[in-house]
Design a protein around this ligand. Sequence first.
Ligand SMILES: Cc1ncc(COP(=O)(O)O)c(C=O)c1O
Length: 476
Amino acid sequence: MSKSEPMSKSEPMSKSEPMTRAELGKVSDPLRPRPMEQVSQAEKGEGKSSRDYLMPTYGDVPVTFVRAVGTELFDAEGRRYLDFLSGLAVTSLGHCHQAVSQAIALQAATLVHVSNLFGNELAPQVASMLDRLIGGGVHAGGQVFFANSGAEANECAIKLARRYGGWGRYAVISAYGSFHGRTLATLHATGQPSKHEGFQPLPDGFRHVAYADPAAIKEAIRPDVAAVLLEAIQGEGGIVEPPSGYLSEVRQICDETGVLLIIDEVQTGLGRTGKWFAFHHDKVQPDIVTVAKALGNGFPVGACWARKEVASAFHPGDHASTFGGQPLAMAAARATLQTMVDDDIPSRAAGMGGLLAGALARLDGVVAVRGRGLLLGVVLGKECANQVAGRALELGLVVNAVAPEVVRLAPPLTVTKAEIQEGVNLLGAAIGTVLAEAGEGGTEGGVARGADVKPPLVARGEDDDADSDKDARETL
Ligand SMILES: Cc1ncc(COP(=O)(O)O)c(C=O)c1O
């Protein structure tokens, strides 16, 4: 088209107009797994490019997934896996939850991004919802900064604590065994010295003390300390739960010394432990709370909430993120939070978590089950968690080893009783096989196995009833 040529009148206008819900519905129904013949080559991963182009930060991957729905993941060959990890406590409403997928699709066709130099309608709504959930159903009176990940939410918390502390008050006390992220500051806050190796010098101002020991925190507080940063349950550290009352004691110490209490709820937040936030079990009110993972049900979004008086230490220009709080992420977060509220997801996690923990504790080879709600650590009698997780994957169950003797389970909070039963059976079979191979007297359980064992090939269709948990009701 030449510069002077006018645009044809017959040019379809619809291309620049947002899609309606009805039009989006026609594009695809994200709720239904499709038969494999309807899955495109690209989705199947055929002709996929080599992982040689990816930096080697993650090691070899045992399987490549191409689609998912609810608690189920499918690989390129159509094998079905039960996802008891939720992308590391992320897809709490299950994969491709209809409300979230539709909200993302609708927003993607309406307004994807605007700079924070301008407003968008969604960010204040999500901030208000978060403030209410942090207050346990009533507004806590705080303010939110939106980021894109857990590490960034924690970076914001650390910067805010320094800003609030003022000159000379900058240090952050965190716990050994903790995990707070991989940026340089959050890496130093992470109390796992092995992860620091090779990256020194790390930013100054981080000290580590024993977890679950209030006296150690009291002893470490000096005039330069701005904040104490803790997980209410240590996730990456092996699902380590402090005794009840720990956070209340730390709260008291912080109050007495004028130090801020930051709770990292990146893994434990939004219903995962059976309450909206894990600190609600101890009925404390932190000064700063960080959230990410489940907030977008898979869409990357993080948030740092702070009491208003603390948040007001920030002024325009002090902190920013190009993508933080952009409309697409906020649409995902709003739909996720609304669904969680409507479905009372924390109560569901508490109930299903009790069933799962009880069934796991009865498995041969399990010496303890740690954690709360649907964030559970299965403690094995020997250091074989990696082998058990590998075997479970071969059988069609996704879990991971979070310590040499601890397997982590974090299924979607929407998991059904039937899925819990299936997951427990598969994990029991995996533990049995690994212990039998090690000559530890494990039984191989009732699941077919062998060197070439693979999850079943399935063509799941319309008649599958994800809620048919009647069979499990009798057994759990
Ligand atoms: C408690 C906790 N904080 C922070 C992070 C870092 O989150 P992200 O990987 O989104 O940066 C994680 C990740 O596992 C976490 O478990």
